[in-house]
Design a protein around this ligand. Sequence first.
Ligand code: UD1
Length: 418
Amino acid sequence: MDRLLIRGPVKLKGRVSISGAKNAALPCMAASILTDKPIKLTNVPDVADVDSTIELLRYMGAQCNYDRNKNYLLIDSKTLNRYEAPYDIVRKMRASSLVLGPLVARYKRARVSLPGGCAIGVRPIDLHIKALSQMGAEIRNEHGYIVVEAKQLKGIKFFFDIVTVTGTENIMMAAVLANGTTVLENCAKEPEVVCLAKMLKKMGAHIEGEGTDRIVIEGVKHLKGCTYKLISDRIEAGTYAVAAAITKGDVIIENCEVEHFENVLIKLEEAGAIIKRLKNAVRVTMNRRPKPFEIVTMPYPGFPTDMQAQFVALATLAEGSSVVKETIFENRFMHIPELMRMGADIEIKGNTAHIRGVKRLLGASLMATDLRASAALVLAALAAEGESIINRIYHLDRGYAHLDKKMRILGAKIERLK
Ligand code: UD1
């Protein structure tokens, strides 16, 4: 298993180019199931979750041709002949459940392993299932799999009790080929949901209201193929922005839609960073110890849960006490005991972390527990004195394209140990 060796502290300097968004790539890849015509996706990030989704599509019989240097992916689902997401792939990547909606919409059946628990919480898919059932699907639980069958899905009015990103995406994909009109209320408004809706429209779907609480979908009979460019990864961009701030560096983050991570940039400004918004780029400079701040994670456009761990790392070195409240996932503070081993002073009360800033962190041997927790440990290690080893970085590789290479270009002393 690969590990990262990081020697700190360093001041990051230079330019970094942001890859396509992992959380846009996964639903857009699943959307290829909705047509028997070829799909070409561009700006596809070279991350392990994309490889897992390719493995899943191939398992189902689709043909995938991925050029990871040029970042494009061709998918042809004409030959798809197996309507199943097996446990071994779902176990690695919970977002595999995104094939549920498209499979039932186009092939009238799906068998998808139930995701179970993961490091950051229970993460059920009950709302996805409830909506599909109201659309006329028959659903049963068989040997750890959810089996869904439907003669023809019909349009419904549905209210999501909880705002769910992949839930909104799954049901949107089910509704594009359903009979009649579907009205979804309390939808997720994340840029990745909008990205998927735009792709579906390019394929011939009738969708209105993406990016708002209410999405209206009028079912059509067939969808066609398309070429489609994914948006850039706002969480990757936000992570490099915090990296610049925590190392008191000066970094230009390029190839990103700045408006997609304003929520993060505003918090960084509160923490004392100087932010210059450029065209498809942002320059982050920090000349001081961070000021303390307060954060509450919320669905978009609120502060993203996927940036919470990175900001906890930043708060450990602040001049004063910060408060970070996690409202989306129930167990998303796994990075905190590791940060404390580096000398951070943090107390967890329920879903809130109280972080008293310290003057310095010391490098240590650390365990990555999930994707964003791993990113937080990298950031802390860059700012800490001495050597850190980060174990289990396969979590990091799931969602950050070439993080070690990109950090090295910015001057980080970081090595991947095989
Ligand atoms: C997506 C993102 C993930 C991000 C998360 C929240 C992808 C591939 N992943 O995950 O990076 O951290 O959004 O922004 O896009 N819930 C239910 N029942 C459901 C569905 C969700 O109770 O049927 C709960 C979840 O347990 C969680 C909350 O709703 O507490 C939000 O989860 P959700 O938005 O669904 O997260 P994902 O779509 O899995």
